[in-house]
Design a protein around this ligand. Structure first.
Ligand code: GAP
Length: 422
């Protein structure tokens, strides 16, 4: 974990939020490489969940909504964590985090004295307007409610019919009591969610729940996460969110233990019921649809993809990221930076690839160092322009994982890389 955290800062994946002012607990900034990785994850998700299907449409709802939304959804009352306070130093800890509690008790020579657990609401308040008292509103605690309040708009403006889904990616905010484990538990984070609307019915909705749960697991594996490090975990009834009839998490075996990656929730008619929304089918039957939800964290995906891809051997550190999500797809080097013909040719290749691929340029140090630097950020291919290139218009292309090189014609380079991205 420390190695990945240090790599993230050193190479520009993730920085501490407001670092020059000492940071701010639970807030993180994504650097030049981090934003590429995160965007690639989101774009792969969108392709999988929206483009590949004809029963799912997208949405981008606002972060701040009429506060009545949160009243109706039950978040103002029930979106809570249990909180206990140390009677010695008044530090607050979530009552369900046994390890954190023990860790803290060790700071007081193993003796713990805690207040009774009380509930603590996770919604983040904001104040709007110009006259006092200002109006209290909330930063959304889950992106989901934006989908429900637009349920009717989507039906009226598109041709969707039940069963259908609405997909969304966006920021959510939670006043977490104990943010930590790097970006794992943040106060500002991004979610990628599908709300899939189905006819009410235990058997059919369970089938759809199982379908989506498997699909989501397959997606992580298809993008390279080690299968052995993933598992499903059913929520015990007392740990279920207030809206869930039942729920299962996809968990990842992180250095800090098995941890929630994505939640698959059967929300029943809870939300549409609360917002008094119904659906009328072609036969005129009116009912409140049930909802199956898949809710993943973009920041958790970014962190777990990085942790899972981190590899070391005797000679190097490399990120074995699936090329589809790697920040750069290819790096282009002139063998020698002081040979004008090589630099010119390499620059021509760099410019030719750039419109459709994210390409890195490096002409510092020797080739070995450049490979090392690209391996460390997960660039799948490195292209070197050498003296032979000037004679026959071929370049060497080196594979990140095997470190093997082959010669490819410049004209076939783009096709070669795009094939590797399929
Ligand atoms: N709409 C359902 C929902 O929000 P959740 O289980 O509370 O369900 C879904 O959150 C996902 O959002 C989690 O599986 C996780 O990936 C991500 N997530 C939740 N809280 C987070 C936090 N504090 N920091 C980073 N990611 C978080």
């Amino acid at each position: 974990m420390e190695k990945v955290v240090s790599l993230c800062k050193r190479r520009g994946f993730v920085f501490q939020g407001s670092e020059i002012y000492g940071g701010y607990a639970g807030f993180w900034d994504y650097g030049p490489l981090g934003v590429e990785l995160k965007n690639n994850i989101k774009s792969e998700w969108w392709k999988e969940m929206v483009y590949k299907r004809d029963d799912i449409v997208g949405l981008d709802a606002s972060i701040i909504m009429n506060p009545e939304v949160w009243e109706a959804s039950g978040h103002l009352e029930a979106f809570t964590d249990p909180l206990i306070e140390c009677k010695v130093c008044h530090k607050r800890v979530r009552a369900d985090q046994e390890e954190k509690i023990k860790e803290h008790e060790n700071e007081h020579s193993g003796k713990g004295s805690w207040t009774e657990a009380r509930t603590f609401n996770l919604m983040t308040e904001v104040f709007l307007g110009v006259t006092e008292p200002k109006e209290k509103a909330y930063l959304r605690g889950e992106i989901t409610q934006g989908v429900f309040v637009n349920f009717k708009n989507v039906i009226d403006s598109t041709r969707v019919k039940i069963p259908f889904g609405i997909a969304q990616i966006g920021k959510a905010f939670r006043n977490e009591i104990t943010p930590g484990n790097f970006t794992f538990r943040s106060r500002e984070f991004e979610q990628m969610e599908l709300e899939y609307f189905v006819e009410p019915g235990e058997k059919e909705s369970k089938k759809i729940f199982d379908f989506w749960k498997e699909e989501r697991m397959k997606w992580y594996v298809s993008l390279g996460i080690n299968k052995e490090k993933l598992r499903f975990k059913e929520h015990e009834p007392e740990k279920r969110a207030h809206y869930a009839r039942f729920a299962e998490d996809i968990e990842y075996n992180a250095p800090f233990g098995w941890s929630e990656f994505e939640g698959i929730h059967h929300r029943g008619d809870y939300d549409l019921g609360k917002h008094k929304l119904t659906y009328k089918d072609e036969e005129g039957r009116e009912y409140t649809p049930w909802v199956i939800e898949t809710s993943g964290g973009v920041d958790r995906a970014t962190l777990f993809f990085l942790l899972d891809a981190y590899k070391e051997d005797e000679k190097r550190v490399f990120l074995k990221l699936n090329p589809k999500i790697a920040p750069y797809k290819v790096a282009v080097f002139p063998l020698l930076a002081n040979k004008e013909e090589l630099v010119k040719k390499a620059r021509m290749i760099f410019d030719r690839l750039r419109p459709t691929l994210r390409v890195a340029w490096d002409d510092r140090g020797n080739i070995g160092k450049r490979y090392f630097a690209q391996d460390e950020i997960g660039t799948p291919w490195c292209v070197t322009v050498d003296f032979q290139t000037l004679e026959d218009d071929t370049v060497t292309i080196r594979d990140r994982d095997t470190a093997k090189q082959e010669r490819v014609k410049i004209d076939e380079l783009e096709k070669y890389i795009k094939k590797g991205l399929e």
